[in-house]
Design a protein around this ligand. Sequence first.
Ligand code: ACO
Length: 357
Amino acid sequence: MQAATVTDATTTARITAASTATPTALPRTRSRRPLPRGLTAGLFGVGAALPEREIDNQHFEDRLDTNDAWIVRRTGIRTRRWLDEGAPLAPLAAEACTAALADAGRSADEVDHVIVTTITPDRITPGLAPEVARLIGAHGAAAVDVNAACAGFLYGLDQAAALVETGRARVVLVCGAEALSRLTDQEDRGTAVLFGDGAGAVVVAAGELDRGVSRFVLGCDPEQGDLLYADNEDRKLRMEGREVYRHAVARMTEATTEALAASDLTVDDLDLFVAHQANSRIIEAAANELGVPHEKLAINVDRVANTSSASIPLALAQAERDGLLQPGATVALAAFGAGFVWGAGIVSWKELRHVCA
Ligand code: ACO
């Protein structure tokens, strides 16, 4: 049987150009010297990028049976940013990565590994990470996408810390980048109001640190996969909101409690709790169960809505701008998303200004 061929002039031109173009950088892999013993992975820089286009709650009030008061009361969301239709996500991710590198005082040439966490890559394949590496000029770096929905950034951070602490990489970029507007059903008031687009990144490298990026508590419950998903045909996020809410609070609370115990800390040792920004009520409910006071909560869901795996780095960047994060601060991170997958971990914030290795 003859295989069906689906092509058009643009596709043909793109494939021909790609196969005949001279590569701009020779493929190369770094030879990695083992790290000196006793070094710990830490966070050295943060960067954030949001699309220009702002979508406030009035946008939905004009189109759906909803209103600003309901959205603010039930979710805490006041506004969000969306990419223009058809606009690529990779440049936004690259902007966040470039800002994180500048903040850490490192250059793109030093990056060994680019991890991009996303459920909305620009193409099915290649992933977003190779294009981000190209855009920032990290020509010698490895590049990989991680898909763990809203918990993706914490899975990426855990992998980055492992790469650094085993000496397989010296400088790793972890970037959460999402264009959830592409997966949002604009006719469904139950989900349309919840999601936004954005990108945030951190630089992970080794230092002589007390805590750095400690071991993360990660988990998954695949039995609950049908409560929150987007499938290939429909390509829209579908969610049993109330159930997701219940699981999100329980899993983030448990994982954070375990992460604190694994680090020999109590909730009183925390300077800030940065939970996945899905809904301010979820964050507050988890904080109440843990006993974290309101002034130690990072909340920016009001300004950016739920940006899935971009939400934690965006919240970290915002918290630093707001003066809530000082060097050496002890921070709990927690996230929950489709899968269900979740994670939590304790990190010290920019414990050192400069990478040791
Ligand atoms: N405007 C007005 N009314 C609405 C809207 C809206 N935008 N959306 C739902 N309603 C209505 C419902 O139809 C329902 O009406 P009914 O009582 O007549 O049936 C009523 O409001 C209550 O609906 P609930 O779903 O019970 O409302 P709830 O208080 O649970 O809030 C929400 C809904 C905001 C979705 C909440 O459940 C939530 O935040 N869930 C978790 C979301 C989350 O954590 N997602 C994280 C993962 S996302 C990811 O992984 C990509």
